[in-house]
Design a binder for this molecule. Structure first.
Ligand code: HEC
Length: 129
């Protein structure tokens, strides 16, 4: 199910990108202009099984998807903020909703996520750039 929708949304993006010529007509989420990003920057990422297990166990998947905005931002979007893994761990424990003014429901801090697991997730998010 999930896979299918990921594939479908990728196909939609791809078609939109092609029919839109060289202007970026697919970006509805951010108004910030990011130069030097190629269309490949929006390619879908696969979540490794061990990371997916951690995301699931720690309830992250309730609100986050690697590629798509859900309740919270897509992890590929978080990756673009160029945080260090340590900063991401901090943000898991103490989110700063002011970093994401477009999101109505703020993330609640998750102090019960073991540090080691938070760091693994954080390292993975950083690797999505
Ligand atoms: C209840 C829904 C919810 C859950 C559960 C949740 N998040 Fe979030 N997350 C959000 C929202 C909404 C935002 C953006 C607004 C904010 O930061 O409050 C966000 C933002 C983030 C950010 C960006 C922080 C920043 O300031 O740039 C990271 C990283 C993140 N979440 C990681 C995680 C991880 C890892 C987990 C699981 C351990 C998790 N989230 C669980 C909703 C959630």
């Amino acid at each position: 199910m999930k896979k299918v929708s990921i594939v479908l949304s990728f196909a939609a993006l791809f078609i939109a990108a092609c029919s839109g010529g060289n202007t970026n007509t697919t970006s509805t989420e951010t108004q910030t202009t990011i130069d030097a990003t190629t269309p490949e920057a929006t390619a879908e990422v696969e979540v490794p099984a061990d990371i997916n297990a951690l995301l699931e166990k720690n309830t992250c998947l309730t609100c986050h998807n690697a590629n798509e905005k859900v309740v919270g931002p897509a992890y590929v979007e978080v990756a673009k903020r160029n945080y260090t893994p340590e900063q991401i761990v901090e943000l898991i424990y103490k989110p700063k909703p002011s970093n994401w003014p477009d999101y109505q429901t703020p993330m609640v801090g998750l102090p019960n996520v073991p540090k080691e697991e938070a760091l693994k997730i954080a390292n993975w998010i950083v690797s999505l750039k």
